[in-house]
Design a protein around this ligand. Structure first.
Ligand code: ASP
Length: 296
């Protein structure tokens, strides 16, 4: 039984305030593992806990796009190649639960925007506004900063990236007592992104991947993570190297693109790896003795 989780990477403000939430999410997942739960239920429960905590950039309190809307992305995958994802969904509390429904109740992998929301309603998820007063205030501050800048094209990627120093996506990789692997990731994207922008998180193979080799969840600058097909790249690399070496290899390549990344990985032997090229990353895992190790 193994579990590794992340709460994003970057120049994270409120780091110390977020650590208890990170540990709590990891604990919740570990309890499910110990009671014989399946890997998919574990990663889902961890991500739901993060989505409900306004200190993380997923679900309630996530960062807002340039028009002040929360556009949520999430994906989930198991090692039997089943996957589900939603992108740009606006009025739901837990996008990861909708992603799981896409996986189990449709013939598709990814639903976006309005269609994803309509599907969520059909599946019984009520309307919910994930925007908080704090997330609005933060956007207003950042827009003010942007307006004071000289280069107005900074409003578009990649230049806007210079203003962004924090990636708060959440994710988890788990292996249950049956040896099954699963990964899940959820995000509000990058602050001030353009409406309709989709990052790596809901893209199977970019932000999330699971197969018989291992499970991976990523955070960071989505455009770079997509270009490398990062989660799949790390999974493929784990065929011939340790999860740590695979993560290091991916981080080096992303660094070469001047991108930012934080990655967690778990292989079929239960070995973990994690790494980041940002100033900080919120990570936690359960060690061989059942103790939660986490960032300080
Ligand atoms: N990877 C996410 C995205 O680009 C952002 C993050 O990790 O916080 O949408």
């Amino acid at each position: 039984m193994k579990l590794i989780v992340h709460g994003g990477a970057g120049n994270i403000t409120d780091f110390a305030i977020r650590v208890p939430g990170l540990v709590k999410a990891c604990k919740i997942g570990y309890e499910i593992l110990k009671s014989g739960g399946k890997a998919i239920d574990v990663v889902q429960a961890v991500v739901v806990e993060f989505e409900n905590n306004p200190y993380f950039n997923a679900g309630t309190g996530c960062v807002l796009n340039i028009e002040g809307e929360a556009e949520l992305d999430a994906s989930i995958m198991t090692d039997d190649m089943k996957a589900g994802a939603v992108a740009g969904i606006k009025r739901v509390k837990n996008p990861i639960l909708v992603a799981r429904k896409v996986m189990e109740e449709t013939d598709h992998i990814l639903l976006v925007g309005e269609g994803a929301e309509r599907f969520a309603r059909i599946m019984g998820f009520p309307k919910y506004n994930p925007v908080t007063a704090k997330s609005k205030e933060r956007l207003e501050k950042d827009i003010k900063k942007l307006k004071m800048g000289k280069n107005t094209t900074e409003r578009y990627f990649p230049k806007i990236k210079k203003l962004i120093d924090e990636y708060g996506t959440v994710g988890a990789c788990a292996m249950d007592k049956f040896g099954n692997l699963a990964a899940a990731t959820s995000t509000g994207g990058v602050i001030m992104d353009l409406p309709g922008r989709v990052g790596d998180t809901p893209i199977i193979g970019a932000g999330t991947y699971a197969c018989k080799t291992g499970a991976v969840s990523c955070t960071g600058w989505g455009e770079c993570l997509i270009k490398l097909g990062t989660a799949k790249f790390v999974c493929d690399s784990m065929k011939t190297m340790s999860p740590q070496a695979a993560v290091n290899k991916a981080i080096k390549l992303i660094g070469g693109m001047k991108g930012d990344a934080g990655i967690i990985a778990l292989d079929k032997k239960g070995k973990i790896g994690f790494g980041f090229n940002t100033p900080k990353m919120l990570w936690a895992y359960v060690d061989e003795n059942g103790k939660i190790q986490h960032c300080k």
